[in-house]
Design a protein around this ligand. Structure first.
Ligand code: FES
Length: 160
């Protein structure tokens, strides 16, 4: 990310929202729309340009699940940890993903391909346990299925 662009991007966003009440959240929304997440450099720049303490900015960023502090992966893996999925073995699926991809919840793999997030009930409990990769839904997933799901998407990347 070119820092000069970032400074200008933040300036544009801060200028757009500066006279609006409760503007900090709108500024952070705009930043995330641009970059797909809120980079630390952008948070620092927002702090400088809007006179908001950095601690206040991180308070907002960490309060709302919506905000991402890590760059998004090429694919977003969501594992449901709602009650039905939990009882049908979702914790083992999370373990397997962590093990295979060396990634923690809320983080993106070093190669930038997968981002792992844990969600609460995807609204299709009858299919538990459920994993989604972007829009694609995998139902009644077993630990042994996880490697195949990951491989399917890794292959898609290597073909491009
Ligand atoms: S608990 Fe997983 S879909 Fe509802």
């Amino acid at each position: 990310m070119v820092v000069e662009n970032l400074v200008n991007d933040v300036k544009e966003v801060v200028t757009r929202w500066k006279d609006k009440e409760g503007n900090l959240i709108m500024i952070l929304h705009d930043i995330q729309d641009r970059y797909g997440y809120v980079p630390r450099e952008a948070a620092l720049e927002v702090s400088r340009q809007s006179d908001s303490p950095l601690a206040r900015i991180y308070e907002v960023l960490t309060f709302y699940n919506y905000f991402k502090l890590q760059p998004p992966g090429r694919f977003n893996i969501s594992v449901c940890l709602g009650t039905a999925c939990y009882l049908k073995g979702a914790p083992a699926l999370i373990d397997e993903i962590r093990h295979l991809l060396h990634v923690e919840e809320g983080a993106t793999t070093k190669d930038g391909i997968f981002h792992l997030q844990i969600v609460r009930c995807l609204g299709c409990c009858g299919l538990a346990p459920v994993i989604t990769v972007d829009e694609k839904v995998y139902s009644a997933v077993k630990r042994a299925d996880v490697a195949g799901i990951i491989a399917e998407h890794s292959k898609a990347v290597s073909k491009n």
